[in-house]
Design a protein around this ligand. Sequence first.
Ligand SMILES: Nc1nc2c(ncn2[C@@H]2O[C@H](COP(=O)(O)OP(=O)(O)O)[C@@H](O)[C@H]2O)c(=O)[nH]1
Ligand SMILES: [Mg+2]
Length: 300
Amino acid sequence: MNKASPRCGFVAIVGAPNAGKSTLVNALVGQKVAITSPKAQTTRSRLMGIAMEGETQIILIDTPGIFAPRRRLDRAMVAAAWSGAAEADTIALIVDAKAGLKADIEPMVEQLRARSEPKILILNKVDVAKKDELLQLAAGLDALLAPTDIFMISATTGDGVDDLKSALAARMPEGPWHFPEDQVSDASQRLLAAEVTREQLYLQLREELPYASAVATEKYDERKDGSVAIHQQIYVARPTQKAIILGKGGSRVKSIGEAARRELGEMLGRKVHLFLHVKVKQKWDEDRGLFEEIGLDWVE
Ligand SMILES: Nc1nc2c(ncn2[C@@H]2O[C@H](COP(=O)(O)OP(=O)(O)O)[C@@H](O)[C@H]2O)c(=O)[nH]1
Ligand SMILES: [Mg+2]
């Protein structure tokens, strides 16, 4: 049998916060590489998930949502999203079919329309959307964006994901792979480990607190026995926030640490020792060094 020549390319996944971008990247890669949560703006920096389909490598650029930025951190996130799009062979706009057009996506669609890269539209969450609304949304966005293709999927149930994956593979240009076949993401293990803890902050803390915090991996030591010891700082801006994260007698941070350690152990396939320290650092979101550590560029 003739071996097909390798193909490799980039697909930028853009969309409003909570559309399901990270969930889709994980579904296409076939394992978890990006953290997700029901809270908006879980993804802060740009992350690449690497999917293989036969001889084709599809590099998926998971981006923070595109939304109206207020803080410096927001600006950096939106900038990371657009710069993700700039490297792509295809831009995939993903829209929460349940939320529909109300999620303020029209300005984003307009900006996308003006770009020269080929665009596809993905309507996600078909498992919870009504069929007639779905068709209406598809027609509306088709007119606004003029995508080359429209896919209807559920990133959580996997419905339509295989078809989407083959369609994406077919769009990738011929060329050598950028990453080894078994690599699933471009994130360093330090960043990945910080992301997993941050995911627990989003899942276990209420309301605004996750947005007011950041996680940095300070030490990542692979031990001789095959386990790994990870030390992380959770940064918050105020002592009251620190108290909430610690919880009564340290119970909250303990439960965050346990869940993150379990998750990391599964992802890394080895035993993990996780040490979390909560630190008050006023205006951590104005700290350039910390920005770079959490994978964001500094935007003036
Ligand atoms: N019902 C349903 N929920 C989904 C689907 N895809 C994602 N979600 C949920 O939507 C929320 C946001 O997903 P996430 O991937 O973090 O969105 P992102 O902000 O666009 O990266 C999470 O709670 C997901 O579990 C889907 O196909 N169906
Ligand atoms: Mg995300």
